[in-house]
Design a binder for this molecule. Structure first.
Ligand SMILES: Cc1cc2nc3c(=O)[nH]c(=O)nc-3n(C[C@H](O)[C@H](O)[C@H](O)COP(=O)(O)OP(=O)(O)OC[C@H]3O[C@@H](n4cnc5c(N)ncnc54)[C@H](O)[C@@H]3O)c2cc1C
Length: 489
């Protein structure tokens, strides 16, 4: 149960105090009721969920920003869960997460496009697998898949390469902005009183009877309960608690992003028939108006290897040539890679250790963007079962309304009403992505301001376009510095 002083101090601090750059954790010696380690989508969702109760909570992140780990570099699909392994925790949480995040997106303005997906069979074996995939979807509670013939496949996606034998429709698969999702959840958490501690890498742990001390790169953070949502680092942190139950293998997924001129070619997600190693290489529109080809799936040992490779590039071009030859004639704007936290266990690994007042949230590999909010609910129930008393807060603030980064919805430069009220929204700085000075200023004044130009990119799309900052970099950088200085004055 929450300690009155600790809860009071966390809840009374204003949002900006709660979400500063995070140089000190607890100037207070009072332990937090819960420390959630990891400011990715999963950790932010858990912190937000628990902050609905009378608890003092710290969200402890090693990096200088939330959403700077795997959560920033995925394929950004809001999955129905049609192809999950039936009966697994992952299947249950993806399905629930799909609905939770879909609803949350409406309330917060996270852009979502309900594009639907078409899974395409290219070989007789793949074609023969379609009925069992439709059956699997039903076993996962998803009833809307339909098997279609080759003519219908080409009617739906005319630009596909030759040789498609048939397909399976998944009308509810959607595309979403992963950056805004992470930021909305973390901002909401801070609004509910969570203390965000950036630049706090947990390096050692001391478990005592009354509280655990997380020894971080920026000082000690004491907490009664600890939730480990450290993604690629979850097994390392787990070992600091004395466990030895799993190992994370970073599974790299590389992707190519094609120019916006390619977007009219494809208005839905084109999926392959999944294999044992994963979901396979897909082609998808992105929420920013581009087209994406990827990801690869390559097991590595280096947990920091987020660079792209020549091999990955060649592999994707080869796949793309067969899937959609016309796409290959378009320009590649960018490439990136993300690391899935693959583990030697066929499901999410979410377990509570009541004696240590510690919860592990491990192995959130390929569907954590979709399932994050459902994981939050699941952890809430698990922690309550393990002994933490949860008293709902009498009142909660409304969730934040996030700036729109979606190409399919009006952006500030298109809105005469906004520009009339504030000319900064008419002053375009990044021309490829049409980002205005007003948006850069707003990001710097926001509850969780960016700590770097990379963080600014995830909040505004600045320098995310075909020039990758070549033309606008200097001006964006200047504006960023000035806006930051003004915001902190
Ligand atoms: C190529 C690819 C494609 C994907 N596509 C999709 C998709 O389309 N749809 C979908 O739903 N999911 C997708 N995913 C999966 C999804 O991106 C992940 O499941 C999700 O981002 C995991 O979030 P997380 O919070 O667990 O991890 P992360 O975002 O990595 O967050 C963990 C955080 O913990 C911090 N941390 C680690 N160690 C410490 C420590 N010792 N102290 C303090 N902090 C620490 C890290 O800095 C990091 O910020 C994809 C993943 C990849 C790689």
């Amino acid at each position: 149960m929450s300690h009155p002083e600790a809860t009071g101090s966390a809840n009374n601090a204003g949002p900006s105090n709660n979400a500063g750059s995070g140089n000190s954790a607890g100037s207070t010696s009072q332990p937090f009721d819960v420390a959630v380690v990891g400011g990715g989508i999963v950790g932010a969702a858990i912190a937000r969920e628990l902050a609905g109760y009378e608890l003092s909570i710290a969200l402890v992140e090693a990096r200088d920003d939330v959403g700077d780990g795997t959560s920033k570099a995925n394929t950004a699909i809001l999955h129905t869960g049609f192809d999950a392994k039936p009966g697994t925790l992952e299947s249950r949480l993806v399905r629930r997460g799909y609905h939770l995040l879909g609803e949350y997106a409406k309330r917060t303005g996270i852009p979502v496009e309900r594009t639907g997906a078409l899974l395409v069979a290219w070989t007789p074996e793949e074609f023969d697998a379609l009925p069992s995939l439709a059956e699997k979807a039903r076993a996962n509670g998803y009833e809307h898949c339909e098997i279609v013939d080759a003519a219908e496949v080409y009617r739906q996606v005319a630009a596909l390469g030759e040789g498609a034998l048939g397909g399976l429709t998944v009308p509810d698969e959607s595309i979403i902005c992963t950056w805004t999702t992470n930021l909305a959840l973390a901002t909401d958490a801070v609004g509910r009183g969570v203390r965000l501690l950036r630049n706090h890498r947990v390096e050692a742990v001391t478990v005592a009877e009354d509280a655990t001390t997380l020894h971080t790169s920026a000082g000690d953070v004491p907490a009664r309960w600890v939730v480990n949502a450290a993604g690629l680092g979850a097994d390392v942190l787990d070992r600091l608690f004395g466990h030895d139950r799993f190992t994370v293998t970073p599974r790299r997924g590389e992707l190519l992003v094609y120019d916006k001129l390619a977007r009219p070619m494809i208005d839905k997600i084109v999926l392959p028939v999944p294999s044992k190693v994963g979901k396979g290489v897909l082609i998808s529109p992105t929420i920013y108006g581009n087209v994406m080809l990827g990801p690869t799936a390559e097991d590595l040992t280096d947990r920091t290897a987020t660079g792209t490779s020549e091999g990955g590039f060649e592999f994707l071009l080869d796949k793309g040539r067969r899937l959609m030859p016309r796409l290959l004639a378009e320009e590649v704007t960018a490439s990136y890679a993300g690391l899935r936290a693959a583990i030697d266990h066929g499901d999410f690994l979410i377990q509570a250790d009541p004696t240590q007042r510690y919860l592990l949230v491990g192995g959130i590999r390929s569907t954590g963007l979709t399932s994050g909010m459902a994981i939050g609910e699941y952890v809430r129930d698990l922690i309550a079962e393990a002994g933490l008393t949860l008293v709902p807060k009498a009142e909660l603030p409304d969730p934040p309304r996030m700036p729109n980064l979606g190409e399919a919805f009006p952006r500030p430069y298109q809105r005469a009403d906004l520009i009339a009220a504030d000319p900064a929204y008419g002053s375009v700085v990044c021309f490829c992505e049409r980002v205005t000075a007003g948006e850069i200023r707003d990001a710097c004044r926001s509850v969780i301001p960016p700590a770097s130009l990379e963080g600014l990119r995830r909040r505004t799309r600045a320098m995310n376009g075909r020039c990758q900052g070549f033309y606008c970099g200097a001006e964006v950088s200047d504006l960023f510095t000035n806006s930051r200085n003004e915001a902190t004055r």
